[in-house]
Design a binder for this molecule. Structure first.
Ligand code: GLN
Length: 541
């Protein structure tokens, strides 16, 4: 088992996650099996309770783990399936040490950050790495070198480097800003962050410098000299038009062979043809399709990152560029009517509409109006999780005539609780009724749009929700023309609902965006894109 640690210096948001994912992709395509761990130095035990507006999307894994969105990047780039133990947080480490302390496992010793917390970190990393069965485990250290809270993790990395020797490679990613009229590439921040690393005993093997342009040879030489790394070990990650180019640009500079060499592995052919073709398709779309994303967290696009990625994957497959039109759903208040008008105007300009998942009542009435618009004008529509639930409410209100039909999440006293908590979900936890989380089987009926899209009668998709379509309304809904083409294994939970008399009006209770891959877009997204393409044609006559 070999480990690659990736740390970040100077500032956050440098693209450390993309560098890690890219290297994972390169190593995998050079014939190795890979896995990855994200270390987050915060005290939350997992990302489940974190506000997506502050922290970006909560990514959901097969096993139901609610994790940092970087794990989504790993899964997509490396095409792997990770478990929740691949996201290590300070909270998780402390919880486990404190539980052991309470059980008396430390035999009366004084329990301390060093050695106990650090030992726990090392054990966790090596256990996760080994149990994955992969050849190489990439460990991305969240935060910036010098932060107080990342210290124990860096110390753990230092100790592992000493204990495992050649089986550990340490990569440091930094920023090289360009200053002044002459456009000089500045290495001082890099020098300082490497100095910080060296003061705790870590000498990086490789430095990846993020810069708006390729690093000059003289810049590389300077970094090499002052940071104590060979000049061939300084790589550039310069700004590119799409993140999917990053693996190619690192490979062209020799990163794959360099890392393999450091790990004591012979050079091997790196199969990048299919990836290169995917990147070409992303870079040269034939036309632009506009899709509205009517959501709630549209201020921070990272809160919908997997949706965005699924659109990129689908666009590449379809040969189109997807322009996502971010719309904050109108909320009832003094300006509601005005905002609704604005919404309708925006919607009249797009070729497809997506209502994503979400929690809480804010914006739900506005989203229902968007769905109504989609249904009445036959604009291709995909509703995800909350989006499906609201599509059901819209259909029940406006087609069946159940005035005020809603989900009990938003209206406890609704006369028509068409979406509700099922008795089996009623096990109450600290955060309310328990969530349905992770991958679950969904059976698909033949002869439906869902079957046409998936081409299968059984799929697994990831869930993250509490509420379900209320079984008491299923017959009425189906009789009125919205059929349930996907159902859970126990036949109780409705997984996919589709409007019979529509081009593309479909919703799913699960989150297909989490399983979308560059070369295998999520079928429901691809379907939306294809339908939007047709819609655009028909409108242009
Ligand atoms: N709030 C809804 C529920 O809990 C939908 C959740 C979601 O969209 N992920 O069922």
């Amino acid at each position: 088992m070999k480990y690659i640690f990736v740390s970040g210096g100077v500032l956050s948001g440098l693209g450390k996650g993309i560098a890690t994912s890219s290297l994972g992709l390169l190593l995998k395509r050079s014939g190795l099996t890979v896995t990855a761990i994200k270390v987050d130095p915060y005290l939350n035990c997992d990302a489940g309770t974190m506000n997506p507006y502050e922290h970006g999307e909560v990514f959901v894994l097969h096993d139901g783990g609610e994790v940092d969105l970087d794990l989504g990047n790993y899964e997509r780039f490396m095409d792997v399936t990770l478990g929740s133990d691949h996201n290590i947080t300070t909270g998780k480490i402390y919880r486990s040490v404190i539980e052991k302390e309470r059980k008396g496992d430390y035999l009366g010793k004084t329990v301390q950050i060093i050695p106990h917390i650090v030992q726990e970190i090392k054990n966790t990393i090596t256990n996760v790495g080994k149990s994955s069965g992969a050849n190489v485990c990439l460990v991305e250290l969240g935060g910036t070198v010098g932060d107080m809270e990342s210290m124990p993790f860096l110390e753990a990395a230092r100790q592992l480097q000493m204990e495992l020797g050649k089986d550990v490679v340490f990569i440091h990613t930094t920023l090289i800003p360009i200053m002044g009229v002459v456009g000089e590439q500045k290495t001082k921040p890099t020098q300082h962050s490497v100095k910080e690393l060296r003061s705790i005993g870590i000498i990086p093997d490789i430095i990846i410098g993020r810069c708006s342009e390729p690093l000059a040879q003289s810049t590389k030489e300077k970094i090499s000299l002052f940071c104590n790394v060979p000049v061939e070990a300084v790589f550039t990650a310069h700004d590119v038009s799409t993140v999917y180019m990053v693996p190619l640009l690192l490979h062209e500079q020799g990163l794959t062979d360099h890392v393999r060499d450091l790990l004591g592995l012979k050079k091997n052919r790196t199969e990048l043809k299919a990836w290169g073709e995917f990147v070409e398709r992303i870079k040269s779309p034939k036309e632009t399709i506009k899709i509205a994303l009517v959501g709630k967290y549209t201020g921070l696009k990272d809160s919908y990152i997997s949706h965005y990625k699924a659109f990129e994957h689908s666009g590449a497959k379809s040969g189109v560029n997807i322009e996502v039109v971010w719309i904050d759903a109108p909320e009832r208040g003094p300006h509601y009517e005005e905002e609704l008008k604005g919404l309708m105007k925006e919607l009249s300009k797009v070729h497809g509409i997506l209502v994503p998942g979400g929690f809480g009542v804010r914006g739900t009435e506005g989203k229902i109006e968007a769905i109504k618009y989609a249904r009445e004008n036959d604009v291709p529509f995909l509703g995800i999780c909350l989006g499906l639930q609201l599509a059901i409410a819209e259909f029940c209100r406006n087609v069946i005539g159940l005035k005020g039909a809603s989900s009990t999440e938003f209206d406890e006293n609704t006369k028509y609780p068409v979406v509700d908590i099922l008795p089996e979900q009623l096990r109450v936890t600290q955060m309310g009724a328990s969530m349905r989380l992770g991958a679950q089987k969904c059976k698909i009926n033949e002869g439906t749009l869902a079957h046409e899209l998936y081409g299968k009668t059984e799929i697994f998709e990831r869930h993250r929700h509490r509420y379900e379509v209320n079984p008491e309304y299923i017959d009425r809904i189906q009789e009125a023309g919205m059929i349930f083409s996907g159902i859970s294994e126990d036949n109780i939970k409705m997984e996919i609902g589709e409007l019979k008399e529509a081009q593309y009006h479909i919703g799913c209770q699960f989150h297909p965006e989490f399983l979308s891959r560059p070369e295998r877009p999520a079928p429901l997204f691809l379907g939306l894109v294809e339908a939007a393409k047709k819609y655009k044609r028909s409108r242009e006559g």
